[in-house]
Every structure is written in C-alpha cells, then in structure tokens.
Design a protein around this ligand. Structure first.
Ligand code: BV8
Length: 228
C-alpha cells in the first residue's frame, strides 16, 4: 500500500510546542497578520525575526515524542511507500529518525534571502541585517511559507496524493489551505482516509475513519497495527 501522511502542530504539542488554534495557541496570543505574512515582515522585520527566533529556541529545547518516533519506525519497516508531508516548521520528525520529510510550509532550520532567493542553514538567532552569503544584501528572512505565499513541493505532494491508497492526517485542524484540501483530493483519487486527532477538525466529515486521543497514544497504536 502507498501511504501519504500529513502532520500538523498537534503532533508536536506533547513535545511542548504550542499549536496555533488550540486555547492558548499561538494565534490566540499573536495576530497572524503581524507575523505570518510577507507584509508583516516588510513592515517590521525585527518583530517577525524575534517571533521565529523564540520559536526556534523552543524547538531546540523540545524533544521528539512517541508519535514522531512511531512514524519514523513506520517509514523504516513498512513494506510499501510512506510519504510524510508536514505543515510544521520544526525538525522533530527528523530528530526522531525520519529520513524523508516534506516541509510544505518551510522549516526553522533554513534561512532565505528575500532579495536573491538564496537558501542556507539558519543561524540560531536570525536578523534581517545578516548579509546574504550569496548576494551580500541585508535581506535575511525565515525560510517559512507565510499566508499568501505558495507552499513548497506542491507538485511532489499532489503526485503522491494521486497515487495514495491511504491518506492519514495527524494533529491538524484542517483550516489552512491547500493542506486542508488534501483529504478531499485523496478521496477523489480513491484513497481511504484516516484522521488521528485530539478532537474533531474542520475536515472530519471527509474522513472514512477518525480516531480521537493524544498523538502519543493513538499514533503508535496505528503504526503497530500497520506493522503487524
Ligand atoms: C496559499 C507559517 C496559494 C510557518 C503557516 C481567504 C483569505 C485569505 C487567504 C485565504 C483565504 N482562503 C484561503 C486562503 C489561503 C490561506 C488560508 O488557507 N487561509 C486560511 C486561514 C483561511 N492559505 C495560504 O495563504 C497558503 N498559501 O494558499 O497559496 C496556493 C494554493 C494552492 C496551491 C498553490 C498556491 C499558505 C498557508 C501557510 C501559512 N503558514 N505557518 C509557521 O509560522 O509555522 S500556517 C500555520 O497554521 C502552520 O504552519 C500550520 O501549517 C497551519 C495549520 O495549523 P495546524 O498545523 O493544523 O495547527 P492548529 O493549531 O491549527 O491545529 C492543531 C490541531 O492539533 C488541532 O486540530 C488540535 O485538535 C490537534 N491537537 C492538539 N493537541 C494534540 C492534537 N492532536 C493530537 N494530539 C495532541 N496532543
């Protein structure tokens, strides 16, 4: 079987990283228009860098949890194709031993030059005045996809979705597109669909099966079933 897995902030919640839309989530404390749009960065790059530097530091202090680790076990031991797409910009999947992770919204560990498009491994603390290693201009930004920007690796993701026999969404509220539309696309091409979440999401009605509970419990359980 070919499996496509989409993860969201909920899979890293039990590693201590805030989600976006749960109570106390990031967007209940900050206004996404001031932080997660290109206009926000143009208006106040220092404020946006401060937000991502703080989150990058939190990720460094966090550890992968049994949900991340069980997906890495699935990738290693499952006889079929496993494609992992994440909306998360943290590196907990990689640190759990997952070898191929498609970061459709970018990642904390990468820096991007807003002028020439050059990418490089991010310093721990990023500042807009850091000169780009390629063009030298002070235009350093986080290499993440903000609202209104085009997600990364869409061709690869849509190709994998079209071929998938099973689509599994883990820890995502299903409110941000195009990721929120993946379950509908998977159904159209005949995939079975499974949702693993703490509670129901905006897309729950489109899933053949929904299991609710904390990711650290229900994801390892599901992986054990797949590897049995
Ligand atoms: C695009 C940046 C075109 C990095 C993020 C109307 C007006 C304006 C715009 C739009 C509009 N309609 C649609 C749009 C487009 C817009 C959009 O969808 N807006 C929404 C809000 C309406 N989308 C875009 O702009 C995207 N670009 O559309 O370009 C295009 C389209 C198609 C093809 C090509 C081009 C770009 C979106 C990317 C935005 N960047 N982040 C960063 O700072 O991290 S979004 C941010 O929210 C995250 O990156 C994450 O990806 C996203 C979704 O959040 P979730 O991961 O789902 O987390 P959330 O907190 O919401 O939910 C947590 C879930 O976990 C909950 O369900 C909870 O129950 C569960 N949970 C909690 N604890 C646990 C748990 N589950 C299990 N165990 C637990 N312990």
């Amino acid at each position: 079987m070919r499996i496509v897995i989409l993860t969201g902030a909920g899979i890293s919640a039990e590693s201590g990283l805030s989600t976006f839309r749960d109570k106390g989530g990031i967007w209940s404390r900050y206004d996404l228009k001031d932080l997660a749009t290109p206009e926000a960065f143009a208006r106040n790059p220092a404020f946006v860098h401060e937000f991502y530097n703080m989150r990058r530091a939190n990720v460094r202090k966090a550890k992968p949890n049994p949900a991340h680790e069980s997906l890495a076990r699935l990738e290693k031991n499952y006889p079929g194709e496993v494609t992992l797409v994440t909306q998360n910009v943290d590196d907990l999947h990689e640190r759990a031993g997952h070898s191929r992770v498609i970061h459709m919204h970018g990642r904390h560990g990468s820096a991007l030059c807003a002028e020439c498009g050059h990418r490089w491994e991010a310093p721990e603390v990023m500042r807009v005045e850091d000169p780009c290693p390629a063009c030298g201009r002070p235009a350093t930004r986080p290499d993440v996809v903000w609202f209104g920007e085009i997600p990364y690796h869409m061709d690869e993701i849509l190709g994998a979705l079209a071929r998938a026999d099973l689509f599994v969404a883990i820890g995502t509220s299903g409110t941000v597109y195009p990721a929120a539309g993946f379950v509908a696309q998977a159904r159209e091409t005949g995939s079975r669909t499974l949702e693993l979440n703490l509670e129901s999401s905006a897309q729950t009605r489109l899933f053949d099966e929904t299991r609710t509970g904390p990711a650290t419990e229900i994801v390892p359980q599901w992986v054990d079933e797949m590897l049995a």
